[in-house]
Design a protein around this ligand. Structure first.
Ligand SMILES: NC(=O)c1ccc[n+]([C@@H]2O[C@H](COP(=O)([O-])OP(=O)(O)OC[C@H]3O[C@@H](n4cnc5c(N)ncnc54)[C@H](O)[C@@H]3O)[C@@H](O)[C@H]2O)c1
Length: 265
């Protein structure tokens, strides 16, 4: 029996990571966990006040950069900023995402465009910009935050959102296959119900839209989870650390559920 290779300790020392959507929820949890695991974190968010406040709690060498991932030029600008300021980009975590609680017949063109521009288009163009730099460096890691909505979870916020997350899962596979020869691993995490600002927003909209009480809405969200608990952001961050670490060097193209057993693959 061999001993575990010392490089496979799950640490992120000396890695430079760009994490999007760090101003709240999972992004905050991932930025903190990456900093604790030894990475240098460049945290991006469209919300400058919230983003700076989170990155200030981490202190140097970590830093905030403002960016709207719905703008392709800003996706390219974010990666250029990391490479100029930190010399390289080892890890991209595509976490920023938006949604809204909507019934099938209520989804508008504006809803569709907004949700796709962030969750699918922005995510792809950030992967493309980061992968260009990683190809030059000889490798890197991309971690996309998808959702069990992309695998058909019936409790999702709306059909367009589910479509963006299915797109993330498909793009993760194809990107993994097309970037493997450059030493770039691409994986997704599919969170289930997770207690974040977005969760609070969607529960509030659901209450307004359907008239259920807060107690019912929260109980409904949790009662079908076999382990009977919603995620905290740290549950997602733990897998995001693993996927960026050398321990996951031979893992690519996968989309991992973290959901208390809610959705089989
Ligand atoms: N919360 C859940 O139950 C849940 C479940 C499955 C998947 N997800 C996914 O997890 C990811 C994080 O969700 P969360 O619940 O932490 O959300 P959140 O709303 O709590 O935080 C998202 C952060 O992203 C930022 N952001 C939004 N649009 C942006 C843009 N265009 N450019 C840059 N930053 C932007 C926001 O300002 C915010 O700080 C999203 O991709 C979401 O779809 C969430």
């Amino acid at each position: 029996m061999g001993t575990l290779d010392s490089r496979l300790d799950g640490r992120l020392d000396n890695k430079v990571a760009l994490v999007t959507g760090i101003g709240a929820g999972m992004g905050t949890g991932i930025a903190r966990a990456y900093a604790e695991a030894g990475a240098t974190v460049v945290g991006a968010d469209i919300d400058e006040g919230a983003g700076r406040a989170v990155m200030d709690t981490l202190g140097g060498p970590h830093r905030f950069v403002r960016g709207d991932v719905a703008q392709v030029a800003e996706c390219e600008g974010l990666v250029a900023d990391v490479v100029a300021g930190n010399g390289r980009i080892d890890v991209l975590v595509n976490n920023a995402g938006v949604t809204k609680s909507l019934g099938f017949f209520d989804v508008t063109e504006a809803d569709w465009d907004r949700i796709y521009s962030v969750n699918a288009r922005g995510l792809f163009f950030l992967m493309q910009a980061a992968a260009r730099a990683m190809r030059e460096q000889g490798g890197g890691r991309i971690v996309n935050i998808a959702s069990i909505a992309g695998k058909g979870y019936r409790g999702t916020s709306n059909v367009a959102y589910a479509g963006t997350k299915g797109a993330v899962i498909a793009m993760t596979r194809i990107s993994a296959s097309q970037l493997a020869r450059f030493g770039i691993n691409v994986n997704s995490i599919c969170p289930g119900v997770t207690r974040t600002a977005l969760f609070e927003q969607v529960i509030g909209e659901l209450i307004e839209r359907t008239g259920v009480t807060r107690e019912q809405a929260e109980a409904n969200a949790v009662k079908s989870i076999p382990l009977r608990r919603a995620n905290d952001p740290e549950d997602i961050a733990a897998l995001a650390v693993y996927l960026a670490s050398d321990a996951a060097r031979n893992v690519t193209g996968q989309s991992w559920n973290v959901d208390g057993g809610l959705q089989w693959d």
